[in-house]
Write a protein that binds this ligand. Structure first.
Ligand SMILES: [Zn+2]
Length: 331
């Protein structure tokens, strides 16, 4: 009997309005005295689709959209990821039943949540034992090729939720502004894994961005891929004390891509892997473009000013750049 650990990602995609963002986050699982990546064991990830239609989208349409999004993730060169459709099911896309189920669900109580993913982890190994994704029926959905004004694009939201399904958290690469109603409107996003959705009708999130790709390669990259990509690591500190939850981004001066990460412990340490080799400009900023809780649980420090690493970091092929300490000062 495996001890299962539930992780529900209320890390759902919240509905606010508009456009695209880059910085990935992996889920970590504490096993003994170390934190390991949350990931699927080797082999194909088998899933079922709930036999349920909603206005404009049949279960068959959903199946096709999931197949497209799954192939977008697994088609990235150098990954070991593969998905396999098992069939339709009458079971609900929630709850532990040893089936990975994706489908529509009535969740009128979650009126800002388009969809969410829940994971069950094997407590002995930290690997994912089961995952379910639901899409909330209270929203108008669409599978139109070019998108449909006022209706949420199924494939875009599937691509985001599948990111959680394979063990990715949210990216903080994006810019938002507050709306008069207290929501947030996305001004620019550089990651499918940004927690706030684009405007209903947009299909821009059907394609992965460099930050999403770096996250995927970090967890599911083949050995050859790990030999080709590199990483940066270091520490963010204020008055000698580690800063938790700082958003750290690496801008590749050759390719112009941005990949981000976070300081994930109270020592203020961060690691960003899956990077292309070459010179990077590293910037640190407080999380401020969504609810902090949509990235990390509790204790996040947001009271400091944007800062840059005191020197450029050169990421070597298959290795790590020399660690860097980045001091920040209070706002
Ligand atoms: Zn999400």
């Amino acid at each position: 009997m495996r001890r299962l650990v539930a992780v529900t990602l209320v890390a759902a995609l919240s509905l606010t309005y508009t456009a695209p963002a880059h910085a990935y986050l992996k889920f970590g699982f504490r096993l003994g005295d170390q934190t390991i990546d949350v990931r699927w064991p080797a082999g194909p990830i088998r899933y079922f689709i709930s036999e349920r239609d909603v206005t404009n989208v049949t279960a068959g349409d959903l199946r096709a959209a999931v197949a497209r999004a799954a192939s977008t993730w697994q088609a990235l060169p150098g990954t070991t990821l593969s998905f396999e459709f098992q069939g339709f099911t009458t079971t609900s896309p929630a709850g532990a039943d040893s089936r990975n189920t994706i489908g529509f669900l009535d969740r009128p109580d979650l009126d800002r949540v388009l969809g969410a993913t829940s994971l069950l982890l094997d407590g002995a190994t930290g690997t994912i034992a089961e995952a379910d994704i639901f899409f909330n029926t209270i929203f108008p959905w669409s599978v139109a090729d070019a998108g449909e004004t006022g209706r949420v694009d199924v494939e875009s939201v599937v691509l985001h939720e599948l990111g959680h399904f394979i063990g990715l958290g949210h990216s903080a690469i994006g810019e938002t502004e507050l709306t008069p109603s207290g929501g947030r409107r996305v001004q620019g996003s550089g990651a499918v894994m940004f927690p706030i959705a684009l405007a209903a009708g947009s299909t821009a999130d059907r394609a992965l961005q460099p930050d999403d790709i770096a996250g995927l390669l970090d967890i599911y990259g083949s050995e050859a891929t790990h030999g080709r990509t590199g990483s940066i690591q270091g520490r963010v500190e204020q008055n000698g004390r580690g800063v938790f939850g700082a958003h750290v981004t690496a801008f590749n001066l050759i390719t112009g891509t941005i990949v981000g990460g976070f300081t994930l412990n109270t020592d203020g340490e961060f690691v960003i892997a899956g990077l292309a080799e070459g010179p990077h400009l590293v910037r640190v900023e407080p999380l401020d473009d969504a609810d902090v809780e949509s990235f990390l649980a509790g204790g996040v420090d947001v009271n400091f000013r944007v800062a840059y690493a005191p020197r450029m970091l050169v990421v070597p092929k298959g290795g790590a750049a020399a660690p860097i300490t980045i001091p920040v000062v209070p706002k």
